[in-house]
Design a protein around this ligand. Structure first.
Ligand SMILES: *Cc1c(COP(=O)(O)O)cnc(C)c1O
Length: 366
């Protein structure tokens, strides 16, 4: 068996062709593909605005800035996610307030959110972790009751649904990443959804050096960033977006193999609640105390299988430990457990079923 990496993007000959067309055109930035991509994202999600940005961290950052969040404010984030979810809050000067996750779904725990709401709370960033939607309805209701902004971090969950509702289309903002580890990629890229017209205008200005997006002549109304997506990146996304459904359905077939064939009693398998569609950005299983995560990663590497922990327990990272000194094991036991006993195994469009069975066999022998 050749080495099976943890992740591998699927780039077709047609994708390459579509990118090449843009490269040959000479219009590398601010061309028509970015506009078409934005239109497709608004239509797919039935939202008013979709704004293409440089990456999925920029999308979260601009959603916070467009909401006026800064020094003195608090933003509730899950303690288990990719570090970017909390880093963006730090970058605005606000304080991330961590809430533990439910160990069954790896998503932020509704009860823990409620406990963390204070007078300073301005927003919640629920993350649809590993491609499984949060139960977003009650979170949006709770936020409305307390007048909080909801920024859905759907970086991993393009196309995922809960009770028929697509991730990213319930909150004030829906944030997507187009990094190669996600279902659809532009290399680096992101898309931010919103129905808030004033926020959309502000975000379009901030992504483009603060230039007023509604005027013909250049008027610099903000001190902005350059958070734009290039047009050849947009062409790559558009090309891949057409295969989204087949990509997600293939990953569900791989997940079904894992769910039915992994029988090691020291491993717990991920749970998908009824009436949810999982996009399996990551297949994340839990090891019990008998198997060490580090040893499992090394043993599987020896069998030519790439695995890793799935996401970080953010308050346990050096920066957050130094700054907030939180008692992680006591306050975020599930997040800490997922960080130290979780294991992400390969799942992607180019993974063959034969490879999936081989991975299963090796996991059963752990
Ligand atoms: C990938 C990811 C991000 C960051 O996206 P980039 O495009 O890499 O900046 C943010 N949040 C979550 C949950 C992610 O998985």
């Amino acid at each position: 068996m050749n080495f099976i990496p943890l992740a591998k993007p699927s780039i077709s000959e047609e994708d390459i062709e579509n990118v090449t067309i843009v490269l040959r055109s000479g219009m590398l930035v601010q061309g028509k593909n970015v506009l078409i991509l934005e239109k497709q994202f608004t239509e797919y999600h039935k939202m008013e605005s979709a704004i293409a940005l440089a990456n999925g961290t920029a999308t979260l950052h601009l959603a916070l800035l467009a909401s006026g969040i800064g020094v003195g404010d608090e933003v509730i984030v899950p303690a288990f996610s990719y570090a970017a979810t909390a880093n963006v809050v730090e970058l605005t000067g606000a304080m991330p307030v961590f809430a533990d996750i439910d160990i069954a779904t790896f998503n932020i725990s509704f009860d823990k959110i409620e406990e963390k709401i204070s007078k300073r709370t301005k927003a919640i960033i629920p993350v649809h972790e590993f491609g499984l939607s949060c139960n977003i309805g009650p979170i949006v209701e709770l936020a409305a009751k307390h007048k909080l902004i909801v920024i859905e971090d759907a970086a991993c969950a393009l196309g995922a649904t809960a009770h028929g509702k697509l991730t990213g289309a319930s909150g004030d903002f829906g944030s997507f990443s187009l990094h190669p580890r996600k279902s659809v990629t532009s290399g680096e890229g992101g898309v931010l959804l919103t129905n808030n017209k004033a926020a959309a205008r502000k975000i379009k200005s901030l992504r483009n050096h603060g230039i007023d997006p509604d005027k013909q002549e250049m008027d610099f109304i903000d001190a902005g960033f350059n958070y734009r997506m290039t047009d050849f990146q947009a062409a790559l996304v558009l090309s891949q977006f057409e295969r989204l459904n087949s990509n997600l359905s293939y990953k569900n077939q791989i997940a079904d193999i894992y769910l039915s064939e992994i029988k090691n009693l020291a491993i717990s398998l991920p749970v998908t609640p009824d009436d949810y569609f999982h996009t399996w950005q990551t297949f994340h299983l839990m090891l019990d105390d008998k198997i060490s995560q580090k040893e499992a990663i090394v043993k599987l590497r020896e069998k030519n299988i790439g695995t890793n922990y799935g996401a970080q327990c953010i308050p346990a990272l050096t920066y957050y430990t130094k700054k907030y000194k939180l008692d992680v094991k006591k306050n975020f036991p599930n997040s800490f457990k997922a960080y130290t006993q979780g294991l992400a195994i390969p799942i992607y469009e180019r993974l063959t079923k034969e490879e999936a069975y081989y991975i299963t066999k090796c996991l059963n022998e752990l």
